[in-house]
Design a protein around this ligand. Structure first.
Ligand SMILES: [Zn+2]
Length: 180
């Protein structure tokens, strides 16, 4: 498959990217330092080696969940799924998003108004790029969401059509319908 969107927001390159961005837009270095501290101190409940992750996930899913890549729009059937049920983290099966908070938006990712409380964490993923269409693009932090239990990348917080949403890669989720 070749559905991975080329992105400059590689999590492994985060610090170099955000430092340059901070100089450009004046984001406080203190805020960046705090983010770095939080990222290094937090202990995930589920910890696997790279080999274990690669054995568990497809190459495509590994790029999304473990390297922070973004899938191509409408590449996952979850983008317009409307059935009732719960979306679980593909990395560790923790319930991440409830279908009752899902909204189908034509941008073509899985959008939710809220995550399952306490099961999704956030991090800074650089500055919101203009192509995201967010009203805060170019100056505000791009907030990444990841699993509280295993740290796998899920997506980002974005303002879409005037509403704060969780814009999530369908590849990061396993849907479990409550009606079947
Ligand atoms: Zn997880």
């Amino acid at each position: 498959m070749s559905m991975i969107v080329k992105t400059e927001l590689n999590r492994r390159g985060f610090f170099a990217y955000s430092s340059a961005a901070a100089l450009t837009v004046g984001v406080s270095s203190r805020a960046m330092a705090l983010e770095a501290e939080g990222a290094s101190d937090y202990q995930y409940e589920v910890i696997r080696t790279e080999a274990e992750w690669r054995a568990q996930l497809s190459e495509f899913d590994y790029a999304i969940l473990r390297e922070g890549k973004t899938e191509k729009q409408k590449s996952s059937p979850h983008w317009n799924e409307t059935a009732e049920g719960i979306y679980h983290c593909k990395g560790c099966d923790l319930p991440s998003y409830d279908g009752k908070w899902k909204v189908v938006l034509k941008k073509g990712w899985a959008f939710f108004y809220h995550a399952v409380p306490n099961n999704v964490l956030t991090g800074i993923d650089g500055i919101i790029p203009p192509e995201y269409g967010d009203s805060a693009a170019g100056f505000a932090a791009l907030i990444e969401t990841h699993c509280r239990r295993c740290g796998s990348h899920l997506g980002h917080l974005l303002i879409v059509e005037g509403i704060q949403t969780h814009c999530i890669n369908g590849a990061s989720l396993v849907f479990k319908s409550s009606t079947t």
